[in-house]
Design a protein around this ligand. Structure first.
Ligand SMILES: Cc1cc2nc3c(=O)[nH]c(=O)nc-3n(C[C@H](O)[C@H](O)[C@H](O)COP(=O)(O)O)c2cc1C
Length: 187
C-alpha cells in the first residue's frame, strides 16, 4: 500500500508529526511504502473560486500552476492511504491545511460528483494544547468532510491527542509513540 502523509504543522518534528512518524514506523513493518509532504514547504495559492471551475478541473486540474497542482495532486492520486495531520491553531486546523482542502475543489466535477478519490483510505491526526475533548469538533470536521459525508474516503482512524502545553515535540513520549506504532502495524 502507498501511504501519503500530509503534514499541516509548521513543525517537522513536532507533536503532530511525531505521532504520524510512529504510525509510519509501524506500517513499514508490513512493507507499506510512505512519503511525507510538509505543507509548509509548498508554495500553495488560495482557491479563487474561478469561473468555469468544472471545465478547468477537467482540462488542467486548477488555474493555479503551483506546488499543489504539480507536487501534491499527483501524490494524492497515487496514494492508497492518506494521513492528514494538523495541530489546532486558533480553534481549527492550520491555515495551510485549510488552504489545501479548499484546493480539493479540483476533485469535484459536474453535479458535485467526486473524482479520483475512489478506494482511498484516511487517517486524521490532530494535536492540541487543550485536552482533546475541547477540540473534538476539529477531528469531527475532518471525519465529516473526508469520510462518508463528502469525499468518501474510507476511515482507518481519527486520532486526537491533547494536553500538549509545553514546547512543541512534547509528544516524544515512549508510551505514546509505542501506541501509534502499534496502530501502524495494523495497517
Ligand atoms: C499559533 C498557535 C495557535 C494555537 N492555538 C491553539 C488552540 O486554539 N487550542 C489549543 O488547544 N492549542 C493551540 N495551540 C497549541 C498547539 O495546538 C499544540 O501545541 C500542538 O500540539 C502543536 O503541534 P506541533 O508541535 O505539531 O506544531 C496553538 C499553538 C500555536 C503555535
Amino acid at each position: 500500500m502507498k501511504i501519503l502523509s500530509i503534514n499541516g504543522s509548521p513543525n517537522k518534528t513536532g507533536n503532530t508529526q511525531n505521532i504520524v512518524s510512529a504510525i509510519l514506523k509501524g506500517a513499514k513493518k508490513n512493507d507499506h511504502s510512505s512519503k511525507t509532504i510538509h505543507l509548509y514547504d509548498l508554495e500553495m495559492n488560495d482557491c479563487i473560486a474561478c469561473k468555469d471551475a468544472n471545465k478547468i478541473h477537467i482540462e488542467k486540474d486548477c488555474v493555479h500552476d503551483d506546488d499543489f497542482r504539480n507536487i501534491l495532486l499527483p501524490e494524492i492520486r497515487k496514494a492508497d492511504l492518506i494521513i492528514f495531520s494538523s495541530p489546532v491553531f486558533m480553534g481549527h486546523i492550520t491555515g495551510k491545511m485549510k488552504t489545501m482542502f479548499d484546493r480539493w475543489f479540483t476533485f469535484i466535477i459536474k453535479d458535485f460528483k467526486i473524482r479520483d478519490l475512489n478506494n482511498k483510505k484516511f487517517i486524521s491526526v490532530v494535536t492540541s494544547g487543550a485536552p482533546s475533548e475541547s477540540f473534538k469538533d476539529v477531528s469531527d470536521y475532518l471525519e465529516k468532510w473526508l469520510g462518508k459525508d463528502f469525499f468518501n474516503l474510507e476511515k482507518v482512524a481519527v486520532i486526537h491527542e491533547g494536553d500538549f502545553t509545553g514546547e512543541s515535540g512534547e509528544s516524544d513520549k515512549i508510551e505514546l509513540l509505542e501506541k501509534y506504532e502499534k496502530l501502524g502495524e495494523t495497517i
